[in-house]
Design a protein around this ligand. Structure first.
Ligand SMILES: Nc1ncnc2c1ncn2[C@@H]1O[C@H](COP(=O)(O)OP(=O)(O)OP(=O)(O)O)[C@@H](O)[C@H]1O
Ligand SMILES: [Mg+2]
Length: 450
């Protein structure tokens, strides 16, 4: 069970109250019986999750007092997750409660296992939101302020980066495209002792091979055709600071040798120059390629790899970061609503489940782009799954039934047997271990000739 989470049960029926308290005794449970006592407990204990009976005195058979209690709770502590308990005849009221901001509802009579699940889910969400609030407070001015994420996977990556930042070790960031390697490289620089010195990035994939050397190390005037003046390279520009070698897997072999020499001697020579210049840089590099595969294929130098990968940090793809896609979506919604001056405030439920369910092959970059588009497209206050260009969960292809799966397999194996036996039905029937008439029947039911 999750730590530091408190539950309040608001229930006027004493029997039910003690039954629930007992059944949920592995949680930190607090009890209230009406609006007044509920608000007192709220003030004193600050529960994250509340189970609220709608039928409270003085209106035990209606919902007015329950709904009023809900509103009081939410106006006092808006982050509280309130789960509504309601009898069947009160379903409309339960829906109303959700529209007022209740987290969920469940039907009475109480099925304690279902209720436990709903509570656990609410507590998880509450903990996640809490953590995010805490992070955004702590990180408001910290190096990681721009890095959104509360998943354990991302926290772990940030923790390693924070830890190695003050040292001089070379860090290699790996991860799929769009996972935030550059964002984290900048955060690392911000968290290092070189913060007052330059952060210089060079994208090895974006620069033509023949220009990359002079881009990195600079050149003297007249070093090659077009070198009309002396130019300082990125390595030299980064002196005292951090050099970010992005897409390092795209560096040509011949230049890998030169980079390795630099990392060993820490001196550079500009192209066409003879002078050796001492440079002090911290190296952070990044790639979305598998350098070990490249080493095996002979396209990346192993000795260079060990120099760059003194500490390796893997940035997990978004689909493996529990809860982060929704968190990032909320962040981008606020960000784009503000910067594009749009009145968008939140998401519809189908948008949230579509965001949580999408695999995000383009990772954070894809999410960022889709959110920008959605904020522009949304014609109300809420972004829908359609605005995001995502299939809403209800529209997704449904899981095949056992019958459908069986038929598909049967059809495929019949077709294969006929193919193997050159359409000879007797031979095919033998292969399949059925009689000829049975095979004919099958072929007929699947519309396969004859
Ligand atoms: N944790 C995050 N919080 C906020 N924004 C993020 C986060 N991760 C990534 N982004 C944003 O997503 C986009 C992609 O991030 P970034 O450029 O760092 O990815 P990358 O791993 O370097 O991708 P590529 O391999 O394609 O270069 C950027 O616009 C960045 O601002
Ligand atoms: Mg990048």
């Amino acid at each position: 069970m999750i730590e530091n989470t408190k539950l309040m049960i608001v229930e006027d029926d004493p029997g039910l109250r003690s039954q629930m308290k007992w059944a949920l005794s592995d949680l930190d449970v607090h009890i209230a019986e009406d609006r007044e006592s509920a608000l007192a407990v709220l003030r004193k204990e600050d529960p994250n999750v509340v189970v609220l009976d709608l039928g409270l005195p003085p209106d035990p058979n209606g919902a007015t007092e329950g709904l009023a209690t809900l509103e009081a709770i939410l106006s006092f502590k808006p982050q509280t997750k309130v789960i509504i308990a309601s009898g069947n005849e009160e379903r409309a009221n339960a829906v109303k409660a959700v529209s007022l901001g209740a987290y969920d509802f469940y039907p009475k009579p109480v099925d304690i296992d279902v209720l436990k699940l709903i509570i656990e889910r609410a507590m998880n969400l509450s903990a996640l939101e809490e953590e995010n609030r805490r992070l955004s407070d702590v990180h408001k001015s910290s190096p990681f302020s721009g890095v959104i994420g509360a998943s354990p996977e991302m926290m772990q990556a940030c923790l390693v980066i924070e830890r190695v930042a003050p040292s001089e070790v070379s860090v290699l960031l790996t991860g799929e495209s769009g996972t935030g390697k550059e964002v984290l490289a900048r955060a690392l620089h911000q968290a290092s002792n070189r913060i007052d010195k330059p952060f210089v990035a060079i994208n090895c994939a974006a620069i033509p091979e023949n220009l990359l050397e002079s881009e990195l190390f600079g050149h003297e005037k007249g070093a090659f055709t077009g070198a009309v003046k002396q130019t300082i390279g990125k390595v030299e520009q980064a002196d005292g600071g951090t050099l970010f070698l992005d897409e390092i897997g795209d560096m040509p072999l011949q230049l890998q040798a030169k980079l390795l020499r630099f990392l060993q001697d820490r001196v550079i020579e500009r192209v066409g120059g003879r002078q050796q210049i001492k440079v002090n840089v911290r190296i952070v590099s990044a790639t979305n390629q598998s350098l070990s595969d490249m080493i095996a294929a002979g396209t990346f130098r192993e000795d260079l790899y060990y120099r760059l990968d003194e500490v390796g940090v893997h940035i997990p793809p978004l689909r493996e970061r529990d809860g982060d896609s929704v968190l990032l979506a909320k962040f981008f919604l606020q960000h784009f609503a503000r910067s594009l001056d749009r009145p968008v405030k939140g998401f519809t439920a189908d948008a949230l489940s579509a965001i949580a369910g999408h695999a995000w092959p383009g990772n954070v970059r894809e999410l960022e782009n889709k959110m920008k588009r959605a904020v522009v497209l949304a014609d109300g206050k809420l972004v829908t799954a359609a605005d995001l260009g995502l299939a809403s969960v209800e529209d997704m292809p449904t899981f095949p039934t056992l019958k459908q799966a069986r038929e598909k397999a049967e059809r495929e194996i019949v077709a294969r047997a006929l193919e193997l036996s050159d359409d000879n039905v007797s031979a095919a029937a033998k292969l399949l271990g059925v009689s000829r008439p049975t095979l004919y029947d099958l072929m007929k039911s699947y519309n396969m000739r004859d």
